[in-house]
Design a protein around this ligand. Structure first.
Ligand SMILES: [Fe+2]
Ligand SMILES: [Fe+2]
Length: 333
């Protein structure tokens, strides 16, 4: 099985090139950027099975492995309740959380792929985005293979989306055709927080299980292109929004981002039930934890600043952001 992957020359983690280029090449047009991202997808991509040594004994998943444990800087990992659990429970909670985030990744990427295909179907012949979007769909399919393989190997039976979330997902897919700008806000809402969390963990210096590390390295490298495209798509097309579209986007975006961040950054109800995490521990770790709120704000800051920049955070909409607890003053440009 041949692959042209080449981003991870060693086990060391490097910031993907795409992140640095938009500032380094100021003269690049939107079309040129999209063409360059397409080219990068050809020279720097990964295969879920050829590029992850699943059967290497080093990569085996052992639920008792202390490397699955949540660190003291984690919102739940820092609670006295978590630290008082036996080592095997601490590692299982950590592994269960990683497996849940991977399953969410599979489900989010399913919505994303279906939306991207619908978006591409509406493009005229010759559109630069068509090729790029197909590259992204292929990459997301590889990610989903990786994530589902990880879930399967943990042995946890992670449930799918709840019925109300499935209804929401169908609506998001429709946006890809009828209102692609709002669809790409959803894309950033799903990709940005998890990208932020993965980068933070890779940089933390904490011992990370090699399988998890490999998956995150591959994901972070390819997601840099996806985030870059979504951001530039919004910047490039924002001026075409009608007043009504701008209004709808200003009201829906904060809800989309708050819901996505909640899903991506907190334990599922299955985890709470399985390990009997008391309600007051959840409150201590998440609901009333200023450090967790700061982490959530930090994970959302790039997409929030972008939406401010393209003018969809009006003063009235800002009240919604504040009410949802996801507002802070935009960072420096
Ligand atoms: Fe992905
Ligand atoms: Fe992605």
């Amino acid at each position: 099985m041949a692959t042209t992957s080449g981003a991870l020359m060693s086990d060391g983690y490097q910031l993907p090139e795409e992140e640095r280029v938009p500032t380094a090449r100021k003269a690049e047009t939107y079309e040129e950027l999209v063409r360059r991202l397409s080219h990068q997808s050809v020279v720097k991509h990964f295969d879920a099975y050829a590029d992850v040594p699943w059967d290497d004994p080093e990569y085996r998943i052992d639920p008792d492995d202390p490397r699955w444990e949540l660190g003291p800087d984690d919102s739940l990992g820092g609670t006295a309740w978590y630290r008082a659990q036996p080592a095997g429970v601490r590692s299982r909670i950590g592994l269960h959380m990683f497996a849940t985030f991977m399953k969410l990744g599979v489900q989010f990427e399913s919505v994303l792929k279906r939306g991207l295909l619908d978006y591409a179907a509406k493009l005229p012949n010759g559109a630069t985005e068509f090729r790029y979007v197909y590259h992204e769909v292929i990459e997301e399919a590889q990610h989903s293979l990786m994530f589902q393989e990880f879930v399967n190997r943990t042995g946890f039976d992670i449930p799918g989306l709840a019925w109300w979330q499935r209804i929401g997902a169908r609506q998001v897919i429709r946006f890809a055709r009828s209102f692609p700008e709002l669809f790409f806000v959803f894309v950033l809402g799903g990709e940005d927080p998890i990208d932020h969390v993965q980068r933070a963990l890779l940089r933390s210096g904490r011992p990370v299980h090699p399988l998890l590390k490999r998956i995150m390295q591959i994901h972070v490298t390819e997601e840099a292109r996806h985030l870059c495209f979504a951001r530039h798509y919004l910047k490039h097309n924002a001026h075409r929004l009608t007043r009504f579209q701008r209004f709808v986007m200003s009201r829906r975006a904060p809800f989309i981002l708050a819901i996505m961040a909640q899903l991506m950054l907190r334990p599922s109800s299955q985890i709470v039930r399985t390990y009997g995490i008391p309600k007051d521990v959840i409150r201590e770790a998440y609901t009333r934890n200023p450090a967790h709120r700061a982490k959530t704000l930090e994970a959302l800051h790039k997409v929030r600043d972008l939406l401010v920049e393209i003018g969809v955070v009006t003063p009235r909409a800002q009240r919604l952001w504040k009410w949802l607890g996801i507002w802070e003053a935009p960072g420096p440009a």
